[in-house]
Design a binder for this molecule. Structure first.
Ligand SMILES: CCCCC/C=C\C/C=C\C/C=C\C/C=C\CCCC(=O)SCCNC(=O)CCNC(=O)[C@H](O)C(C)(C)COP(=O)(O)OP(=O)(O)OC[C@H]1O[C@@H](n2cnc3c(N)ncnc32)[C@H](O)[C@@H]1OP(=O)(O)O
Length: 150
């Protein structure tokens, strides 16, 4: 597979978000040279977690477009890690996704995240997969619940 450019914007800091959880977290980010997903994580100047993600040929659902489950997996990981990056040790309890447009595979897209609220153990994270310009493919609200350290 040809080189994939996952570089970030000026002012973004590369950030190894999966390392917050540990080596178990491989489903989305565990095969950086593979044909499924390739991911790079960054923190924006306001510290929000952002990811650049390439959906490879193995994520195909509709011809030449990403399987909805592959987008759900990406949102589960990135929005969950947004909470971890903000200091909350969580699991995802509810992930509510709206698929807005078919997402072409074999291109790099962006996942933006925002911590919307924290209420006791409940951390609500909102995010979207988009082209980084204007086109939104998928939006999601992710309810995370803080767990005890294991
Ligand atoms: C540097 C060292 C790091 C070491 C790390 C070590 C370990 C890491 C461990 C785990 C890492 C996990 C994930 C990593 C992060 C991202 C990766 C991707 C994310 C995932 O892939 S992660 C897998 C999928 N995930 C699950 O497999 C969850 C299965 N599930 C459960 O494990 C329980 O279900 C749990 C814990 C969620 C809650 O159980 P619980 O008994 O602790 O708490 P309880 O039920 O009392 O809920 C408390 C309050 O949340 C409200 N609430 C709960 N669930 C709700 C729902 N669905 N909708 C609306 N409200 C809900 C209640 O209504 C109540 O609200 P209120 O307080 O207001 O009454």
């Amino acid at each position: 597979m040809s080189e994939v450019d996952l570089s970030g914007e000026k002012g973004w800091q590369p950030f190894d978000a999966p390392a917050l959880v540990g080596s178990s977290l491989r489903f989305v980010s565990g095969d950086p040279e593979g044909d499924r997903f390739r991911v790079s994580y960054y923190r924006k100047p306001d510290s929000a977690l952002v990811a650049r993600i390439w959906f490879g040929p193995e994520t195909e659902g509709p011809p030449e477009h990403a399987h909805g489950g592959s987008m759900a997996a990406v949102l589960d990981e990135v929005l969950g890690l947004a909470a971890w990056s903000a200091g909350y040790a969580i699991v995802v309890a509810n992930l509510n996704i709206n698929f807005r447009c078919l997402l072409p595979i074999m291109q790099v897209v962006q996942v933006d995240t925002e911590i919307v609220s924290v209420d006791g153990r409940k951390v609500l994270v909102r995010g979207k997969i988009w082209d980084g310009q204007e086109k939104v493919y998928t939006e999601a609200d992710c309810l995370c619940i803080e767990i005890q350290a294991v």
